[in-house]
Design a protein around this ligand. Structure first.
Ligand SMILES: NC(=O)c1ccc[n+]([C@@H]2O[C@H](COP(=O)([O-])OP(=O)(O)OC[C@H]3O[C@@H](n4cnc5c(N)ncnc54)[C@H](O)[C@@H]3O)[C@@H](O)[C@H]2O)c1
Length: 370
């Protein structure tokens, strides 16, 4: 039998575990409303989180959430929200250039914080948020939900299974043809395709690349179709011995798009788009033995052999929107807040991503000054 103190301790621990995390969301735009409210209204999320407060510079943007969650408080601004000590978690879905200052303020006020991507435009700012989280002893997470994408995770599983052998090169693309004229095209808003949609693909590419910075990077950036000051076309190659070459492309001027993921392996390859993957490989142990021949081949022949290919395909079932990936991220965040579990998307991952983007944009801006 448990001692009365131990039983009491277990009961209060259970009470904390059962307590929903009260969430305040800053921003009710495409992300705050269409992704975060959408994720948190999912049945599993309602058991763990409660949308308790919202705010937006445009107050009417809070109306739909208030109508859907009547107990939710609408604050006139985020500073008023940060006075509400009944909240535990602040979701920062404001403009990208506000992610760092608002997150630091919220951490200092004692809240756990989930910031939308891109966390920052430079590594110094990533470090400033990291230091604020450490000092406050609060969980700080970045909403890089593409890390939970089912197709990406299946691609990783296939690569890690070894059937393709050593991964030689991985191509990540996120392409379309579109013109854009909103604040996301402005450098001063920490906009631009690299930090915006590009941060999802770079996060995935770095996961496959490994926990290191590349030795060499070659990047070409352009602004083509968008109306602001930031880029909308990025081609980036990076390498490090012992790691796959990464070929990364994010552009809004591709009328004909290549597959989202393409993997070249020692024994085979893979091609994938959201929801579908095809891969094939040969088994080296079953292939005809070959050896190097230095002399010209007899009868002027080329090296030719018939490899037996093993082919596979995978299709995703069900809908896999940002709210679905968001749910996975929120589950991990819940576990981090309540049980001290490690975050899947670590701040050091985000730091590496921002370091690469910062360096590429610096090179681009220096070249364009000449
Ligand atoms: N993870 C994803 O897949 C994803 C998708 C879309 C947007 N985002 C990110 O979410 C952020 C918001 O983008 P969006 O597309 O929702 O933009 P948006 O323009 O649709 O919405 C932003 C909202 O935030 C409000 N806002 C800005 N600063 C505020 C402040 N200080 N206090 C209160 N409200 C404030 C604005 O009034 C606006 O309603 C961006 O950083 C963007 O990169 C991420």
């Amino acid at each position: 039998m448990l001692s009365p103190t131990r039983a009491g301790h277990q009961q209060s621990r259970k009470a904390i575990m059962d307590k929903k995390i009260r969430v305040g969301i800053i921003g009710q735009g495409r992300s705050g409303r269409n992704i975060h409210v959408a994720a948190l209204r999912r049945p599993l999320m309602r058991e763990k989180f409660e949308i308790a407060a919202v705010t937006d510079l445009i107050p009417e943007r809070c109306n739909e959430t208030k109508a859907e969650f009547p107990a939710c408080t609408v604050y006139p601004d985020y500073k008023a929200m940060l006075q509400d000590k009944s909240l535990e978690l602040i979701v920062n879905a404001s403009f990208s250039y506000m992610h760092v200052p608002i997150s630091i303020e919220a951490l200092k006020a004692g809240f756990h914080v989930l910031s939308e991507k891109p966390l920052a435009g430079c590594v110094a700012d990533v470090d400033a948020v990291g230091a604020a989280a450490k000092e406050a002893g609060r969980v700080f997470a970045v909403f890089q939900e593409a890390r939970f994408d089912s197709t990406f995770n299946k691609v990783m599983e296939i690569c890690n299974s070894g059937v393709l052998g050593r991964i030689v090169m991985a191509r990540f693309t996120r392409n379309n043809f579109a013109r854009r004229w909103d604040w996301q095209t402005l450098r001063e808003y920490t906009g631009g395709a690299f930090l915006n949609t590009g941060s999802h693909s770079l996060d995935q590419a770095l996961k496959l690349f490994g926990d290191v910075m590349p030795d060499k990077m070659l990047c070409s950036i352009q602004r083509v179709n968008s109306f602001g000051t930031a880029e909308d076309h990025i081609k980036l190659l990076f390498t490090k011995p012992g790691h796959p070459t990464i070929d990364y492309e994010v552009t809004s001027c591709a009328v004909f798009s290549p597959p989202r993921y393409q993997i070249y392996g020692e024994f085979g390859g893979l091609t994938a788009n959201p929801g579908t993957i095809e891969w094939k490989y040969y088994k080296p142990e079953e292939a005809a033995p070959q050896h190097l021949i230095k002399e010209p081949l007899p009868e002027r022949k080329y090296c030719s052999e018939k490899l037996e290919w093993f082919e596979n395909s995978w299709k995703d079932t069900g809908s896999r929107g940002a709210d679905w990936m968001g749910e996975k991220l929120y589950m991990n965040l819940y576990d981090a807040i309540r049980n001290g579990a490690p975050l899947v998307v670590r701040l050091e991952d985000v730091r590496r991503q921002i370091a690469i983007i910062e360096e590429c944009i610096k090179q681009y801006e220096n070249e364009n000054k000449k």
